[in-house]
Design a protein around this ligand. Sequence first.
Ligand code: ADP
Ligand code: ZN
Length: 526
Amino acid sequence: MPDQYQVLRDVFGYDDFRGDQDQIVSHVIDGGDAVVLMPTGGGKSLCYQVPALVREGCAVVVSPLIALMADQVGALQRLGVRAAYLNSTQFPEDRAEVERAYLAGELDLIYIAPERLSQRGTREFLARGKLSLIAIDEAHCVSQWGHDFRPDYLALGELADLWPDVPRIALTATATRRTHEELTARLHLENARHFVSSFDRPNITYRIEPKDRVKQQLLSFIRSEGVVDGEPATGIVYALSRKKVEEYAAFLASNGINAVPYHAGLDRQVRAGTLHRFLREDGIVVVATIAFGMGIDKPDVRFVAHVDLPKSIEGYYQETGRAGRDGLPSIAWMAYGMADVVNQRRMIDQSDGDAAHRRVQSQLLDAMLALCETSTCRRQQLLGYFDQQIEPCGNCDTCLNPPATWDGTVPAQKLLSTIWRLDHEFHGFSCGAGHLIDILRGVENDRIRQRGHDALTTYGKGTELDARQWGSVVRQLLALGIIAPRGDYGVLTITDKATPLLRSQQTLMLREDVKAPARSRTKPAR
Ligand code: ADP
Ligand code: ZN
């Protein structure tokens, strides 16, 4: 049997292992279980592919990425590795051939979709051959409260009992303590060694700005930053809904950007075509829901843009992590606003989950909002979420351009007392941000007059701020959970967290919104 260094060199053509790879590979070859937390692009695949070629028998690789299996297996076959896959997209005769080869001991790796591995038939079939190891890729999918939960992953815990002597290695790029603990327990990896890499992606610049006219903001971002040496760069734009994906793709295309939509509602062939183009052509901007991305290894994605707030920092980290896998400078850009917070909080309130589930979702959102509103280093905040401490990075918007903070206590009190008074003096009348701001700014319009809101003591008492600044106050109070949306769209109410502010027991420092950066350093190429 060749050793791991020979395999690395002769099969994969690399001189050295990277980071923890060497140790992980040795550990698995020696028959140990492993839990591997490594960022996207860190080189997780080799951690099981090399042991698969050193150990006797065939390795089973569980992966949820059915659409990519053919590609992954094809790449291995081109290196001369005896690899195959089993999934639902296959013709029965192809499946039969893979099964024959496995039983004949002619395979080193076999990729299997999780739903197949939970079937008894598949397990019985695998038991008739010799397994070298079991690799569970994208292992965070077992986490019910994570961002990519796949029910079929839950059954993978049983593999420990079925094959107690076969080493198992679980891999993921999701690094929160909760996911880590959860996958260790659910996959029965209690005796595994844990390998946790640094999650920093120093070549990615993080930038988050308040939403104003978001389509224009996106367009000018792409025109100025989505250009490398005068050529349009490859990028991904994430939006939450299919409708928005279509809308943004059309908008960008009509402005001369080579943009295409991608979401789960599109025909399978259209999606495959888009994926194919994205992987092989340069300068394409894919506008997508989160259905696009997991496992896509395109090294030169120069930017990832978010036009909607992700539901969690894990999600944000995964999505932005698709930029700059080649290590070259890349940008993660996001615009977020009041409506994002309102929508997300409402979605959580109206979700089917039980109270505990909603509480977790709400904590995930709070952490995401804290990242948006931080006035210190974004990367510090981001990595801190994954329990990793770093110095201020010098490569994020808050480091490069530290935002000013200001004492927002008095404006916040005015806003809160307006909401309180509407609630108490106007028979539970509630309203959205726009109307509140109109009251504070003393706007004269029919809605205010007809409802008698010009009689409120706070009417016209907020002229020290303009409408945009008030919007920023509302957004930050929402982010801090001091006010919250109630019931119907956009209606705001105060929460318990408002009490110390209303009693003047707390000062509230707010972030000064940085205006969108000046346009175009580089001339737009399109
Ligand atoms: P991950 O699955 O962690 O996102 P991959 O396994 O796809 O990362 O690896 C990312 C890239 O790095 C791939 O192009 C891979 O070929 C390359 N790579 C991985 N390990 C090494 C190594 N030891 N030396 C050189 N390149 C490597
Ligand atoms: Zn920073």
